[in-house]
Design a protein around this ligand. Structure first.
Ligand SMILES: N[C@@H](CCC(=O)N[C@@H](CS)C(=O)NCC(=O)O)C(=O)O
Length: 219
C-alpha cells in the first residue's frame, strides 16, 4: 500500500499528479501547513526534515520529489512516465534536477524570502530578484517547449507536471506569462489530462482558477 503525504499547491502537487497518471492505489494524507503540522512530532517521525512530499511504500519511506518520481516510474513502468532509452533518461533526470535545484529555490525567493535572510528589510529586494529570475526561467522553459508537445518532446513524462507546479507559482505571484506562447499551449495540454485536472481541482490550484474557488497556498 502506498501512502502519500502532501500539502495542496506545494511542490508535492507534482508527485500527486504522477500517482494519478500511474493509476496507483494510494492513500493521500494532507499535511496542514496552516496548522504547522509539518513541524509537529507526528510528521517529523515520518520525515525529520519536515517537508512534503513523502511517499511510504510498504516499509520504505521516499523523500524528495526527484526520488519519488524515480521510484514511481520504476514501480509503474507500464505508465511510461519517463523515457525508456538511456539518452532520454539522462535528459529526463537533467530536467528534474534543474526544476528541483534551480527553479524551486529561485521561486522560493518570492514566496519565502525569510528562508534567505533574517532581516525583513532585505525581503522586498529578494522578492524583486526572485521575480526577475523566475521570469527568466519561464523564458527558458518556453524555449524548451518549442519542439513540443511535451518538455522532452513527443512523450509526456513526470517532468511535465513537475514544471507545471512552478508555472502555477509564477502565475500565482503575478508573473506575466503572456509572452510565453509555448507555455500557454502546453499548460492547456497538461490541464486537458484527466489526472492533472483531477489533482489541480482537488488542490484548488491557481492554474484552474475556477470562479468561486480560492487558489491555495503556493510554496
Ligand atoms: N528538495 C525537496 C523540497 C521539499 C520542500 O521544500 N517542500 C516544501 C513544500 S514545496 C515544504 O514541505 N515546506 C514546508 C516547510 O518548509 O515548512 C523536494 O524536492 O522534495
Amino acid at each position: 500500500m502506498l501512502t502519500f503525504y502532501y500539502a495542496p499547491n506545494s511542490c508535492s502537487t507534482a508527485a500527486h499528479i504522477v500517482l494519478e497518471e500511474a493509476g496507483a492505489e494510494y492513500e493521500p494524507v494532507k499535511v496542514d501547513f496552516t496548522a504547522a503540522e509539518q513541524h509537529g512530532p507526528a510528521f517529523r517521525a515520518i520525515n525529520p526534515r519536515g517537508k512534503v512530499p513523502v511517499l511510504r511504500d510498504g516499509e520504505r519511506t521516499v523523500t524528495e520529489n526527484v526520488a519519488i518520481q524515480f521510484h514511481l516510474t520504476e514501480r509503474f513502468p507500464e505508465a511510461r512516465l519517463r523515457p525508456s532509452d538511456p539518452a532520454g533518461q539522462v535528459r529526463w533526470l537533467s530536467t528534474l534536477c534543474w526544476l528541483a535545484s534551480t527553479v524551486q529555490p529561485d521561486a522560493r525567493h518570492i514566496t519565502r524570502p525569510e528562508n534567505y535572510s533574517d532581516d525583513p528589510a532585505t525581503h522586498p529586494a529578494l522578492v524583486a530578484k526572485g521575480h526577475k529570475t523566475l521570469t527568466r526561467l519561464m523564458g527558458e522553459l518556453d524555449a524548451m517547449l518549442a519542439p513540443g508537445p511535451w518538455i522532452l518532446g513527443d512523450d509526456y513524462s513526470t517532468a511535465d507536471p513537475y514544471a507545471l507546479v512552478f508555472t502555477g507559482v509564477a502565475k500565482k505571484v503575478g508573473i506575466d506569462l503572456s509572452p510565453f506562447a509555448n507555455i500557454a499551449a502546453w499548460t492547456d495540454r497538461c490541464i486537458a489530462r484527466p489526472a492533472v485536472r483531477k489533482i489541480l481541482a482537488m488542490e484548488c490550484n491557481a492554474l484552474l482558477n475556477p470562479p468561486g474557488i480560492a487558489p491555495g497556498t503556493a510554496d
